[in-house]
Unconditional design. Structure first.
Length: 178
């Protein structure tokens, strides 16, 4: 297993996050030695979900998206969930963070609906990526080269389609951070 001691990962999530898409990568990163900071747009406790309907655990962020800086972290984790992904793409702080991480060539790992924010951050064009099927038209319209693969790496950007891809997604993120 990779040794990620000293590595710091920022996770962005909010109300309606697909819980397993946050907790599975978080747990894998922590087992490898990384520390995780959770930020949300408003910094308030929010509800995790399984799908868009079944309530799971609640999470309390460590910070607001507007109060964290890309230079303080080694990677960015973007879990999905329809409501969460929609909230993130509307948040200026989250959009700025995505762009800053990619501009600095730091790993950005986005799964399921999370790649939606790449459109609004202006970084989807020309990128090879994957996502949940319902957002494919948005990504293609933004100029992305969408492919139907378990995990896709384009430079420092890592994308996956859904919770069924988490093992490959987590492994690729850990590999990139090593």
């Amino acid at each position: 297993m990779a040794d990620l001691n000293g590595k710091k990962v920022l996770a962005l999530a909010s109300q309606g996050v697909e819980q397993i898409e946050y907790t599975s990568p978080r747990d894998a990163l922590e087992i490898a030695g990384a520390s995780i900071t959770l930020a949300s747009p408003d910094g308030k406790e929010f509800q995790g979900m399984e799908g868009d309907w079944e309530k799971k655990d609640s999470f309390t962020p460590d910070a607001k998206t507007a109060d964290v800086k890309a230079e303080d972290f080694d990677a960015l984790l973007l879990p999905g969930g329809t409501l969460n992904a929609d909230a993130m793409r509307m948040d200026e702080g989250a959009r700025k963070l995505v762009k800053a991480f990619l501009d600095a060539d730091k790993p950005v790992a986005a799964i399921c609906h999370a790649p939606w924010i790449l459109v609004d951050a202006g970084v989807a064009e020309g990128r090879k990526l994957t996502s949940f099927t319902s957002i494919v038209p948005d990504l293609k319209n933004a100029g992305a080269n969408w492919v139907d693969e378990e995990v896709v790496v384009d430079g420092s950007l890592i994308t996956s389609r859904n919770p069924g891809d988490l093992d490959a997604f987590n492994a690729k993120l850990i590999e990139k951070l090593s």
